[in-house]
Ligand binder design. Sequence first.
Ligand code: ARG
Length: 462
Amino acid sequence: METKTAKKPWDGRFTAGTDRLVEAFTSSIQTDKHLYLYDIKGSIAHCTMLAKQSIITEDEASKIIMGLKNIKKEIENGTFLFDDSLEDIHMHIEARLVQTVGQAAQKLHTARSRNDQVALDVRLYLKNELLMIMESLNQFKKTLLSLAKKNIDVILPGYTHLQRAQPILFSHHLMAYYEMFSRDWERFHDCLKRTDVLPLGSAALAGTTYPIDRDYTAKLLEFSKISENSIDSVSDRDFIMEFLSAASICMVHFSRLSEEFILWSSYEFNFIEIPDSFATGSSIMPQKKNPDICELIRGKTGRVFGDLIAILSMMKSQPLAYNRDMQEDKEPLFNSVDILKSSIAIYTKLLPEIKINTKTMEQAASKGFLNATDLADYLAGKGLPFRKAHACAGNAVNYALARNKELHELSLDELRDFSTLIKEDIYEALTLKQMINRRNSHGGTATKNVKAAIKKAEKMIK
Ligand code: ARG
């Protein structure tokens, strides 16, 4: 059986080659090849700094940089060969560099270790993804806002315990999601601050003996800060845990929205219709139109939670500093970035396309005693203590229920049997419009409030 394989950077210390099974097991190239761009960017900056500090010559630096740029082209046009024996993207690029530019290439890894190199690549990757995620989340928030603005007159039942509770503006409901996704945006923005720190120059764990200029490298790579402790910088994956926490919470919000769309598009609710282009049919039941997209987002949410748990568990028992366990950070991170990005993209396109069945929503808000609180409030407004008013309205609901009527369908005489405080103006108080507009406490559903909230949001988001 063949055991001796490709040359390794550590061959000097070893007498036997790596077993093929071990090579396949330790290789991460299929995952981390997606970092090639950041690896090359980082190496170019590192090399530029080495030359500025006269650690390598300008001539060597320009050869290395030219070589790195060619490798980028090879990867992008598909001619670059990936092979498990070269473990990861860092070793692939370095090996190819030695092949193409020779001697000079062997100097690139001066004052650097794969430990600070991989930390750098992941930070560069996540910084870039975070900026894109924040931008697309903003677009999605704008979509929520314009839908809220367009449907400002639509009323639907608000629910607690999934039981009809009180009427609310559909726009108020949408603006609840606007608040949720705004907090998500802030969490990503916050995570960006702690991702935006340069670890390069920490080397294996203890720093380096070479006269490097880390601030210069940070400037070249557009990092706002450099890390303060070399041990921490090579073993810190907090920024990934933070991102996955923020991503998990954001996915909870998409999942809740999905759940509502699934319910609302059912025959039972019939509040919305999902456009054909965002639905699927059944292979057996011809009548079916299924909300698979929403279900998939709800389903994929669990995978993002799983990614967070994977990283938390992977980190919790590691002694300082770098351990190979950390190689396992990339798959969960990339997976969650992909799920999050596609969820945002799907919802940004789907939202303006949903058909809103305003009539059904309004009818639902008019049935099921959603005005019982307003009857109690009316009585309390006329001087009855609220607890008594509540009991009185409860009795009226009971009476109406037995007669298959709504409160506003009872005659004035019937209503006055429960309290003589009730006058003709009760009917006005029990209309949807009144119920909505009287809830004008800050953050309440009154049309005036919701319009103001939309305006304020529009100003903030630009
Ligand atoms: N592929 C490794 C990772 O992703 C790179 C760092 C390897 N460092 C080492 N000392 N073996 O973590």
